[in-house]
Write a protein that binds this ligand. Structure first.
Ligand code: ZN
Length: 161
């Protein structure tokens, strides 16, 4: 029997660059607990919990909104996708490339999966009558000046004289 290993710690957010770039900010550090073991099928598994706070952009007022992210971890380490398919369904396959387990990478994937797609302030940060839900007109694209149009205008004005 292999003994169980336990890890209880803090991951500095500068180790998780993809997370940093997909949020406004990571508030403080990332708290992680992980227990490593082999299950009955001799899979190398890790179970635990991750917890952190991030700032995301509120889709109503476009100001930062703080979100608490918490996720339970149940990883099964495998070295190919094929191997991953044989894992029990209760485990998320974490595909490894080398001999060493890349925990930061797996942790970051887990957190990214648990980020909300859109964030809003709990309170009404924009007055209700100023916010028309549903009718989101895609204005931004048409607003840009077309350089050819400007050229045409110039040509047009020189023809006139
Ligand atoms: Zn807001």
């Amino acid at each position: 029997m292999q003994r169980e290993q336990h890890l209880d710690g803090i991951v500095p957010c500068d180790a998780l660059l993809r997370l940093v770039s997909s949020t406004e900010a990571v508030v403080g550090d990332v708290a992680v607990t992980l227990s490593f073991a082999r299950d009955l099928q001799r899979n190398q598994v890790a179970t635990g919990h991750v917890e952190l706070q991030v700032e995301l952009t509120c889709q109503r007022c476009l100001q930062p909104v703080r979100e608490q992210i918490e996720a339970d971890i149940a990883w099964g380490f495998v070295w190919s996708e094929e191997q991953g398919k044989n894992l029990p369904r209760s485990l998320d396959p974490v595909i490894q490339e080398g001999d060493e387990l890349d925990l930061y990478q797996a942790l970051e994937d887990e957190i990214l999966l648990n980020l909300p797609m859109v964030a809003y302030h709990d309170e009404e940060c924009v007055p209700r009558d100023g916010f028309h839900s549903g009718g989101k007109a895609p204005e931004a694209v048409g607003q840009q000046e077309n350089p050819f149009k400007v050229l045409e205008q110039l040509k047009g004005s020189s023809n006139k004289s």
